[in-house]
Write a protein that binds this ligand. Structure first.
Ligand code: DGJ
Length: 752
């Protein structure tokens, strides 16, 4: 049983052979944290772990015990107002305006599987895959119940957490803040890792030493944002990809959030994750409940690669749903960077025909197919075909593309409305804004009020019709601007502070209804690239557009950072034109493909204008990708060399689940003069096996590949000869900037 209860000591031990998470019910009847880390054997009592820290100048709840203070004990879900001055997990206001609470243990239940959250994304866990503890607490004075959920997965070092408040009183309560999880550590000798960036450079890794006070990331944009991913990590300062203790904390939530680490005066660390308390309040009427979004936490004592591997499995097995969960994803063509808004049916059909000829499987028509949309200033909300561009209609275009043997998909941006649109003429009040104040523009558009049920219902019918008319196999769901002038026209004044949360609940409802109505459609989430790339979205959309930046050298950082949490099967990754449209950088087709293939491969350039040799190259690449697709999309991923530590140079690999094959890539960004010889140590292979380097007759033991490493291509060294001599001089050598090499390994029969 992975959740053990020491009755006498009132201790809970969540255990699965990999991790232990231990807390007790303290003398004040509140849950008190004891330990979270590598699995340790169960014993009858863990009370020896309960060492109280200094209480000098600390208030105490019991006048006869000066050693027990809520200022210094480790909490599970800390409250405000009774002596703990660190950031609380929640705060409730009673009808009389008081804001102090005392939730005490009442009972608990342990059951196989896990709780489902209503209207919110959550991990799934069938009977046999994990166990849940439901810890029931109550504040008698408030007549409010608080249930803390902890689910431990059987085969992953992961725990899912959430909280539910129920008002059982005859007065209205107000939730002023409610995090999804909080965990206290009695140490702070950690690095704090977050994934930060901006549009076109999302999820770069930031790693700094923890210091006293609060270090946090968050969003108040209405989406989880490209600025910071809704997650954070703690890593022992010596932790690298292969060894060391590390913890991940991540939210299944796509709206405003906070994720913080707070180091206190006695070198303890509090981690908190949940809805951003800024711009949040929830009125909890009599008899009503409020559920927080779910958060997950993972631990590894074997470094960041192992931590990520647990998270990738969690996403693949317990977050992604539906028919695409385990199905290899199609290689797609997207016309955005090929045509932008400037296309007609003939152009699209030419692109589709060329796409089909190189082996691409899905044709995606991006922005510009609807209303009167010829640039980004009009038509959002008018979800019907632009007959000026596509006179035969969507159904006809879809039929023609499908007759070529391709799947067909469309771009939509349901949550938005343009000033110049039919929808605005009929429903001006649906655009978010404060009455009598001007609205800010963002990409020349406004955001629809997804907190309004009428809007969600309208969008469901409008988008369902598009899916039916176009016989769609795929949808790219974009969201290109952040919310300003937040206000829900259909909400009462006293509910306005719940607007942002209601917005994302409305968006989730629309996703849920559409994906339930069209279970075969593959959804890809997008928010101006990777601006809402989070575990919440992955519950609805099995894949996400990782970034609008398709420059391969930039993508190394973006995909490397993203891989800390997200598996390759979630990362849309396209080969685009050279020079690149975001950076102007020129790179070879090989370098672009070698980067994009570590993700969900797509092409996004005008393939009707490429030379024959380039088309042949793409054909070869797509074929290669298809051969290794299960390994690339669903294999175990290992980061080998970080672009953040090596001036952009990167290496990574994926290994088939049964370890029979592996694909490894090494990327050099800038050429160095007079370089030294280099080897690359591989990871994740079957220790006792031998592997053949495909394309050669060389066979290596896995131990050698992982300990000594594989010799990398010899880099060019010397004086660059005149152009006519270059080929001879550099043949067989790694020459110039932006080069990359692939190494395919095939397991050989084990030698005696
Ligand atoms: C932003 C997306 O990230 C792009 O890929 C593209 O779909 C544009 N929007 C279209 O407007």
């Amino acid at each position: 049983m992975p959740i053990l209860f020491n009755k006498a000591a009132r201790e809970f031990h969540l255990y699965n052979g990999r991790i232990s998470y231990i807390f007790c019910i303290a003398k004040n009847n509140q849950p008190q944290h004891l330990y979270y880390g590598k699995a340790i054997p169960h014993v009858e009592s863990f009370s020896h772990m309960n060492i109280l820290r200094s209480t000098v100048l600390s208030p105490v709840p019991f006048s006869d015990d000066m050693d027990f203070s809520l200022s210094t004990v480790l909490h599970e879900y800390p409250s405000y107002g009774t002596g703990d001055y660190r950031t609380p997990a929640f705060q409730i206001q009673a009808a009389d305006g008081s804001r102090v609470s005392d939730f005490q243990y009442k009972s608990h239940k342990v059951f196989e599987g896990k709780n489902k959250l209503t209207g919110l994304p959550h991990t799934s866990c069938d009977v046999g895959q994990g166990t849940t503890l439901e810890l029931i607490l109550a504040d008698e004075e408030l007549s409010c119940e608080l249930v803390l959920y902890y689910s431990i997965f059987e085969d992953l070092s992961v725990i899912a957490r959430s909280a539910r408040f129920t008002n059982k009183s005859s007065q209205d309560l107000k939730i002023l803040s409610a995090l999804s999880m909080s965990t206290d550590f009695d140490e702070s000798d950690f690095d704090f890792i977050t994934l930060d960036g901006a549009w076109c450079r999302e999820r770069h890794i930031t790693r700094t030493r923890l210091r006293k006070g609060i270090q946090s990331v968050g969003s108040s944009r209405g989406a989880s944002s490209p600025d910071h991913n809704p997650a954070c990590f703690l890593a022992a300062t010596n932790t690298d990809e292969y060894s060391g203790d590390c913890y991940a904390f991540s939210l299944l939530y796509s709206g405003n959030y906070t994720a913080f680490a707070e180091v206190d005066s006695y070198d303890g660390t509090r981690i908190g994750l949940g809805i951003n308390p800024f711009e949040f309040q929830w009125n909890l009427g009599k008899g009503k409940s409020f559920e927080t979004p779910e958060a997950i936490t993972a631990f590894s004592d074997r470094g960041l690669n192992d931590l990520s591997s647990n998270l990738h499995d969690l996403v693949r097995k317990h977050i992604i749903r539906g028919i695409w969960k385990e199905r290899v994803r199609p290689v797609l063509f997207n016309n955005w960077e090929a045509t932008y808004f400037d296309f007609d049916e003939e152009k699209l059909l030419m692109l589709a025909w060329q796409a089909r000829s190189v082996g691409i499987e899905l044709f995606v028509l991006d922005d510009g197919w609807f209303g009167r949309r010829n640039d980004d200033t009009t038509s959002l909300g008018d979800w019907y075909c632009n007959l000026d561009k596509l006179p035969q209609g969507l159904g006809e275009l879809s039929a023609k593309i499908k007759s070529m043997g391709l799947l067909f998909g469309l771009w939509i941006e349901p949550e938005m409305i343009s000033q110049e649109s039919k929808l605005m003429n009929s429903h001006n009040d649906w655009a978010i804004g404060v009455p009598n104040r001007s609205r800010s523009f963002g990409r020349s558009q406004y955001v629809l009020d997804m907190s309004n049920q009428e809007v969600v219902d309208y969008l469901f019918h409008a988008i369902a019709k598009v899916i039916e008319d176009g016989d769609l196999d795929y949808i790219k769901w974009d969201m290109n601007r952040s919310i300003t002038e937040a206000f829900g026209a259909a909400l009462k004044p006293e509910d306005q502070m719940s607007f942002f949360h209601r917005y994302i609940l409305g968006t989730y409802e629309l996703y849920e209804r559409l994906s339930a109505a069209f279970p075969n459609v593959l959804f890809e989430s997008c928010a101006a690239g990777g601006g809402r790339f989070d575990l919440g979205m992955m519950y609805y959309a099995p894949q996400g557009w990782t970034s609008d930046d398709t420059d391969p050298a930039e993508r190394l950082k973006i995909q490397y950072g993203s891989s800390l949490i997200y598996p390759l099967s979630c990362m849309g990754s396209h080969v685009s034109a050279s020079p690149n449209h975001q950076t102007g950088r020129e790179t070879s087709m090989d370098f672009r493909f070698h980067t994009a293939m570590f993700g969900l491969l797509g092409y996004e350039l005008d393939i009707t204008k490429l030379a024959g040799a380039e088309i042949e190259k793409i054909k070869e690449h797509v074929g290669l990708y298809k051969t290794y697709r299960p390994v690339l999309q669903f294999g175990d991923f290992y980061r080998l060399k970080s672009p953040f530590d090596n001036e952009g140079d990167t290496a990574w690999m994926t290994v088939a689940r049964d370890k029979s094959a592996a694909v490894c890539a090494n990327y050099k960004v800038l050429a160095k003069p007079n370089p030294s010889l280099k080897r690359l140590k591989l990871a994740g292979l079957n220790e006792d096996s031998f592997y053949r380097l495909v394309g050669t007759d060389r066979i290596y033991s896995a131990k050698e590949l992982m300990s000594r490493g594989i010799a990398l291509e010899i880099e060019f060294s010397g004086v660059v000869p005149p152009e006519s001599e270059q080929i001879k001089c550099t043949a067989g050598k790694d020459y110039g900037d932006f080069t990359s090499y692939l190494y395919f390994l095939q397991e050989e029969k084990v030698r005696e």
